[in-house]
Design a protein around this ligand. Structure first.
Ligand SMILES: [Zn+2]
Length: 313
């Protein structure tokens, strides 16, 4: 077990990596392992390893020291002298940050990271739960995400294999677009929709991550005036809580819509306005101006001009 400084040299170009360890043999074995698995922290070294192969490199101890306390000082001397091309920094003690990164919400190709999955394998590699743009979920190793070894749940390859054949039989249809934007809203990656969806805990039920199931449950959109609507605005996107609805129905069902109680009946402002044949905006102005509900609903429009107080909103 040698304590000291070692070099990894690409014999053809003379490019060098300098390192130090309390166990040079073991440290070099880990370098080889990482390089063979395409996860070495030095991108440059990895690229040359991939291009030229293991046989193009020489591992050698260049100096042994009597105690670990001397390692940094001696490593720095070698870094300064040889300015190694493969090192990320020429400062001794520079450590590539350990893999404590949080990848949640990051996107890699068509995958969005949802959460961390349990570590796996002998070297305890990190894995992440991802959701693919196609709606399927999958577990991908951090290395595969970062280096692009895995770009999708597998649907991209399938698409290629089927060479142009539609995977869902629905790509590009309005139903598919509705489904895709529903997933997008609930994924929580868009700050604009976050507060209305993911931020309120509204999610898409698991079976609807699959487009054909969504289409089977919802059916085709009846007309271009319809869009997807949740009956319980605090509920999830799931069978039983979703319908294709027109704009008028949706207006009755927004969170902000005021419920007005009059003569023991309670209806939304939009519904009362329709019942008495008044524009919802007129009724809203009257209520906000402090009119009693009975008068607001019964006095014909134009009969009373709202005064300065009434104009105030
Ligand atoms: Zn996919």
């Amino acid at each position: 077990m040698a304590i000291g400084i070692y070099k990894i040299t690409h014999t053809e170009s003379g490019r060098v990596y300098v390192g130090c360890s309390v166990n040079i043999t073991e440290r070099c074995r880990i370098h080889v392992y990482d390089l063979n698995n395409c996860v070495h922290h030095s991108r440059r070294l990895q690229e040359d390893w991939d291009a030229y192969g293991a046989a193009a490199f020489v591992f050698a101890a260049v100096e042994t020291v009597s105690s670990a306390g001397l390692l940094r000082e001696r490593e720095q001397a070698h870094l300064t002298a040889s300015r190694p091309y493969y090192n990320g920094s020429l400062v001794s003690g520079y450590k590539v940050k350990p893999n404590r990164i949080d990848m949640t919400d990051q996107r890699f190709n068509i995958l969005t990271v949802i959460s961390e999955a349990p570590k796996a394998g002998a070297r305890e590699r990190r894995y992440w739960n991802c959701i693919c743009d196609c709606g399927r979920s999958c577990v991908v190793s951090q290395d595969n995400l970062k280096h692009g070894g895995v770009k999708s749940c597998g649907c991209l390859q399938r698409k290629q294999q089927e060479s142009g054949q539609r995977t869902h039989g629905g790509c590009g249809t309005v139903e598919h677009n509705t489904w895709a934007s529903m997933l997008q809203r609930c994924r929580g990656t868009n700050p604009r929709s976050y507060k209305d969806y993911a931020g309120r805990g509204i999610c898409v039920c698991l079976q609807w991550f699959d487009f054909p199931t969504f289409l089977k449950d919802m059916g085709a959109r009846p007309s271009k005036h319809h869009s997807i609507e949740r009956l319980d605005v605090n509920g999830n996107y799931e069978p039983g809580n979703c319908i294709w609805a027109t704009k008028a129905v949706q207006a009755n069902n927004t969170r902000g819509n005021r419920v007005i109680v009059h003569e023991v009946r309670s209806q939304t402002l939009a519904q009362w306005a329709a019942e008495v044949g008044m524009k919802p905006s007129t009724l809203r102005k009257r209520i906000e101006a402090g009119w009693p509900v009975g008068s607001a609903l019964s006095i014909p429009v134009g009969l009373i001009k709202p005064g300065p107080r009434g104009r105030k909103r």
